[in-house]
Design a protein. Structure first.
Length: 227
């Protein structure tokens, strides 16, 4: 076996192991940030919240890489159960609002209390949080989370009041995972969300995603369909 073949065979495992190491180091860093925050029980400097936000974002990216590796290696399965959609959205708002407020961005959720869906709530929460973080980069001042039943699907919407998606992105969302060197966008988050959506199945129906500029807030709208 050539050296190049050996590298190709082992690189995914090496990458996964490296990501594990990075997550461990990040956990230590987050613990240190928490200790430092405890020294400022009142009037915490806003830099602490920014550190918390960036460390959470990095942790989510590493988690996505590990999950995608496990899916590729057939080592991961979604854990499906019935959940209140309202509870999922409210939890995301509770986790994200204070950090978004630092950038003067309002995050709100709208959903009927009697709407339920079958999903892996941890993965779906991570997926929606990823989309919220993405919307934060492009919105002006508000992000709206909502959900409703559409025929055989429960649809989660993430909407913002920004300039909307570019036309080349809208042309074929399912294939647009490219790296944008101008913005530093790797496409990892979108690829992760699309992959998790497809892992949700009901009979012959699979989850999927859509993008458009039909946001009630005037900007972009991301739709996550779960059967």
């Amino acid at each position: 076996m050539s050296d190049s073949t050996t590298t190709a065979v082992h690189f995914p495992a090496i990458l996964a192991s490296s990501v594990h190491d990075m997550k461990n180091s990040l956990s230590n860093l987050r613990a240190l940030i928490s200790q430092l925050e405890s020294r400022y029980p009142d009037n915490k400097p806003p830099e602490f919240k920014l550190l918390e936000f960036e460390s959470n974002r990095l942790n989510n990216s590493l988690m996505q890489l590990l999950t995608l590796y496990k899916i590729e290696a057939s080592q991961f399965n979604v854990s499906i159960d019935e959940y209140s959609v309202r509870d999922i959205l409210d939890e995301i708002v509770a986790q994200q609002s204070s950090l978004l407020a630092l950038s003067k961005i309002e995050l709100v959720a709208e959903c009927n209390d009697d709407l339920y869906c079958f999903c892996d709530s941890t993965m779906i929460s991570n997926a929606i949080s990823t989309l919220v973080n993405n919307a934060q980069r492009y919105c002006r001042s508000k992000i709206l989370l909502s959900a409703k039943q559409e025929e055989d699907y429960v649809v989660f919407y993430i909407e913002d009041d920004g300039a909307g998606y570019p036309q080349h992105f809208l042309a074929d969302t399912q294939k647009y995972y490219g790296i944008d060197l101008a913005t530093g966008n790797t496409g990892l988050g979108l690829f992760f969300v699309a992959t998790i959506a497809k892992m949700h199945r009901n009979g012959d129906k699979l989850g999927f995603i859509k993008t458009d500029n039909d946001s009630h807030l005037g900007g972009a709208r991301f739709s996550l369909y779960l059967p």
